[in-house]
Design a protein around this ligand. Structure first.
Ligand code: HEC
Length: 152
């Protein structure tokens, strides 16, 4: 039994070492393009809670260099940047830019963003009642007119 445990451990360690060799694009922060124009206090909130996955200013944690975490994090950031990149606001069409505040308000209000697992890793990324007030005021000034503001 003890021998089995030892062998299993050896296999796991070897597997862990081997998966480090799987080549993936390294985590990187490309040069900033045009940043989404935001009032300073709203930008501070997004910087804290969203920029890790939705900008070119990602703070890569040390374990983002260690497989298999590196694979998951890289994919999450790639998908996040593809959906919304605060550092490359210029890539949206004028209409998309106009509708962005609606989308942002929706995902934060519904609790879809920031993702729950991210909040486990970074507690202070959670929107407090005060943060929601700041976001709501910004949204009220910037909603695309597609519909009226719903209360938080
Ligand atoms: C841990 C990574 C991560 C963080 C942090 C994060 N997001 Fe996301 N976000 C994603 C990923 C991945 C997607 C694309 C897949 C999806 O829609 O779930 C996404 C999608 C979105 C979308 C597009 C949704 C749609 O239906 O088109 C919006 C808008 C968005 N996020 C806003 C935010 C805002 C605002 C914050 C901060 C309050 C935030 N996200 C924080 C990973 C993240």
């Amino acid at each position: 039994m003890r021998r089995f445990t030892f062998n299993l451990l050896a296999v796991l360690i070897a597997a862990f070492a081997l998966i480090q060799l799987v080549p993936i694009d390294p985590p990187e922060n490309p040069p900033l393009e045009t940043e989404m124009p935001l009032p300073a206090e709203v930008r501070t909130l997004f910087l804290r809670s969203c920029y890790d996955c939705h900008s070119f200013e990602t703070e890569w944690p040390w374990y983002s260099k260690v497989a298999p975490a590196s694979w998951l994090i890289k994919r999450e950031v790639d998908e996040g940047r593809a959906a919304l990149n605060f550092s490359a606001w210029n890539r949206f069409t004028a209409q998309e830019q106009q509708e962005l505040p609606d989308k942002i308000w929706d995902v934060v209000l519904s609790g879809k963003m920031p993702p729950a697992y991210y909040l486990l890793l970074k507690r202070d990324a959670k929107f407090s009642g005060r943060d929601m007030g700041i976001l709501r005021a910004w949204y009220a000034d910037n909603d695309s007119g597609r519909r009226s503001v719903s209360a938080p």
